[in-house]
Design a protein. Structure first.
Length: 554
C-alpha cells in the first residue's frame, strides 16, 4: 500500500515538474515573441524615420536647386492686362519699374539666357476659383506703369475658351522665373473642335510641320495647357498643348521640338462616346439574356382565354407567341425584347444599369387601328396594364419599332463645329484698319480681339510677302538654270518697291515683269515709284513712252 502511494506521489511530482517546465517554456516563447515584435516595431519606426529624413533632404535639395535655378532673383507683381499687337510671339511688354527692380538684384548679370516670366490669372466659376498659368518672355520695358501689354498668343493661353476679350482689364500675376532650356523637347498637341476641317467635313490640306515651324519661330516658351494659334489660308486653328516632356514648362531657344498630334477634340469625344456605347450595348445584352431566362413558358394552345400575338421586328423578322388575356403588357415587352436585333449604330443605347425597363424603353409596340380607330402605340408606360384592359383581341398583329427614331435631335459634331465657329467670330468681332508694317512701334489696340485681328492681318501680309519673294527667287533660279542670267536683282527691286509703299502683291508683280525698267528710271532720276509703276503697267513696259511722259510732266 505504501509502495502504491509513493509511486503515485512520484508520478504526480513528475507531472507537476513537466507542467512547470512547459509553462516556463511557454513564457519564454511569449517573451521572445514580444521582444521580436518590439524589435520589428523599432525597425519599422527607424525605416519610417529614415524615409522621412530622405523626404526632408529631397525637399531641401529641391528648394536649393529651385533657388539656384532662380539665381536668387525674386520678382512678383499684379498688373492690369492691356492688348499688345504682335503676331506669333509670346513676349510681353512690362513697365520700366520691373526692369529697375530686376536691376537692383543684378538680374541682367546673373540670369543666363533670356528673362522669362510666369503669368497667372484667376478664373471664378460660381464658388470655384481656378488659376490659368502660362509663361512668356519680355519684348521691352516700356509699358505704362501698373500694366502688362500682352500679345494675342499669350492672351489666348490665358483666356482660352472664354475669348481674348475676357482678359481685358483683369489683374494678371507676373512672376519672374528662369525656365530650363533643353536640347530636345517633345510636346503633344490636340486640335480644338473638329481640327483641321472645313465645317467638320472637308479635310484641310495643310503642311502642319511647316506651319508649326513658322508659328513657333518667335515663341520663346511653352507651357502645358497653352493654346497655339495656327493660321492657314486666312483661317484660324487652335492647338492645345496637352503635355510637355521633360518639364511642364520649358524654354524653347535653339531647341529641337518634336510635336505629336493627338486626335481632335471632336474625334476624341466621338471615340469616347463609341467606347461608352460599346460598353452599354454589352451590358444591354446581359440584361436581355436575363430577361430571356426569366420568361415563363408559353401557355398551351388548349388553354382558354388566350391572345395570339404576331410581331414584326425592325429587321423584318416575324415572331408569334401566345399570352393569357390576364397577362400584363410587360410580359409582351419582355418577349419582344428578346427578339430585338442589335440597335442601329446611330442610336444611343440607354444605360441598362437601372434595370430591365431601360431596355424596354428602347422600343414601342404599334397596333394598326380598324375602321375609324386610329393607330395605337404601346410602350413601357403601360407595362403593368393587362392585355384585356388594353382591349387586345384574340389575334393581334403588332409592329415592333425603335422608340423616338423620328424625333429631332442635334448632331453633336455639328454642335461642336458651331461652337468653334462662334468662338472664332467672337474673337474677330472688332473691325480694325490695316496697320501695315512701317518699322515703327506696334500700334495700340482698343481690345484684345482687335489686337488679335491686327496680328492676324500682319501675319497674313508677312506670309504673302514671303511666298511672293520665294516665287521671285524660284523665277530667278529657273532663269539662271536655263542660261538666261537675270540682269537685275528682282528681290532687291521687290523690297525697294515695298519700302516705297507698294503692297507685297503689287511689288512682286512689278518686280517680276518690270525690274530692268524700274532700275533704268531710277538711274535717270525718276524716283516716284508709284507713278513709274502706273505708267509701266499702262504701256506694257515700253520704256521710251514712259520716259517721254515723265519728262513732259504728264
Amino acid at each position: 500500500m505504501d509502495l502504491e502511494f509513493r509511486a503515485a506521489a512520484k508520478k504526480l511530482e513528475r507531472e507537476r515538474e513537466a507542467e512547470r517546465r512547459r509553462r516556463e517554456k511557454q513564457k519564454a516563447q511569449e517573451r521572445r515573441a514580444k521582444e521580436d515584435a518590439a524589435k520589428a516595431q523599432e525597425r519599422v519606426r527607424a525605416l519610417a524615420e529614415q524615409k522621412r529624413l530622405q523626404r526632408v533632404e529631397a525637399a531641401r535639395q529641391a528648394a536649393e536647386q529651385e533657388e539656384q535655378r532662380r539665381t536668387g532673383v525674386h520678382f512678383a507683381a499684379s498688373l492690369r492686362a492691356v492688348p499688345f499687337v504682335k503676331a506669333n510671339t509670346n513676349r510681353v511688354v512690362l513697365p520700366k519699374s520691373v526692369l529697375e527692380a530686376l536691376e537692383r538684384q543684378r538680374a541682367l548679370d546673373v540670369v543666363k539666357g533670356p528673362m522669362t516670366f510666369a503669368l497667372s490669372v484667376n478664373v471664378v466659376d460660381g464658388e470655384t476659383t481656378t488659376t490659368t498659368t502660362t509663361h512668356c518672355g519680355v519684348d521691352e520695358f516700356t509699358a505704362e506703369e501698373g500694366t502688362v501689354a500682352i500679345p494675342p498668343a499669350v492672351a489666348l493661353s490665358l483666356a482660352r475658351e472664354r475669348g481674348v476679350d475676357w482678359l481685358t482689364g483683369r489683374q494678371v500675376a507676373v512672376e519672374f522665373v528662369e525656365l530650363e532650356r533643353h536640347e530636345r523637347v517633345k510636346i503633344e498637341c490636340q486640335p480644338r473642335g473638329g481640327g483641321f476641317h472645313v465645317g467638320d467635313q472637308e479635310v484641310v490640306n495643310i503642311d502642319l510641320k511647316s506651319v508649326l515651324m513658322r508659328t513657333l519661330r518667335d515663341v520663346l516658351t511653352l507651357t502645358t495647357g497653352d493654346w497655339i494659334p495656327v493660321r492657314h489660308e486666312g483661317k484660324n486653328y487652335h492647338l492645345v498643348v496637352r503635355s510637355i516632356s521633360p518639364e511642364p514648362a520649358v524654354l524653347v531657344l535653339n531647341t529641337d521640338v518634336e510635336v505629336d498630334l493627338l486626335p481632335s477634340e471632336s474625334v476624341e469625344q466621338e471615340q469616347q462616346r463609341k467606347k461608352a456605347q460599346h460598353a452599354a450595348r454589352e451590358r444591354r445584352q446581359a440584361v436581355i439574356e436575363a430577361i430571356a431566362a426569366a420568361l415563363p413558358p408559353e401557355p398551351p394552345a388548349s388553354e382558354p382565354g388566350l391572345v395570339t400575338l404576331r410581331a414584326r421586328f425592325p429587321h423584318g423578322k416575324n415572331h408569334t407567341r401566345r399570352f393569357a388575356r390576364a397577362a400584363t403588357l410587360r410580359a409582351v415587352l419582355d418577349w419582344a425584347a428578346t427578339g430585338l436585333p442589335e440597335p442601329p449604330e446611330d442610336m444611343e443605347v440607354l444605360e441598362p444599369s437601372a434595370g430591365p425597363d431601360a431596355v424596354l424603353a428602347e422600343f414601342v409596340l404599334v397596333r394598326s387601328g380598324l375602321g375609324s380607330q386610329s393607330k395605337q402605340v404601346f410602350s413601357v408606360v403601360e407595362a403593368d396594364k393587362t392585355l384585356e384592359a388594353l382591349n387586345f383581341a384574340t389575334r393581334e398583329s403588332l409592329l415592333v419599332n425603335w422608340a423616338g427614331r423620328d424625333a429631332d435631335s442635334e448632331d453633336p459634331d455639328e454642335v461642336a463645329a458651331m461652337e468653334v465657329r462662334d468662338e472664332e467670330e467672337q474673337l474677330k468681332e472688332a473691325v480694325v484698319n490695316d496697320s501695315g508694317d512701317t518699322g515703327q512701334a506696334e500700334p495700340a489696340a482698343a481690345s484684345f480681339s482687335a489686337a488679335l485681328q491686327q496680328a492676324e492681318q500682319k501675319h497674313d501680309q508677312e506670309l504673302e510677302a514671303n511666298q511672293l519673294e520665294q516665287a521671285l527667287r524660284d523665277s530667278m533660279a529657273q532663269a539662271e538654270a536655263d542660261g538666261m542670267q537675270e540682269p537685275v536683282d528682282k528681290i532687291a527691286v521687290y523690297h525697294q518697291l515695298i519700302a516705297n509703299g507698294l503692297t507685297p502683291h503689287q511689288a512682286a508683280q512689278t518686280a517680276q515683269h518690270f525690274s530692268p525698267q524700274i532700275r533704268e528710271l531710277e538711274i535717270m532720276g525718276f524716283s516716284n515709284h508709284a507713278k513709274n509703276v502706273e505708267l509701266l503697267q499702262r504701256y506694257q513696259g515700253r520704256l521710251e513712252r514712259v520716259i517721254n511722259l515723265l519728262a513732259g510732266g504728264d
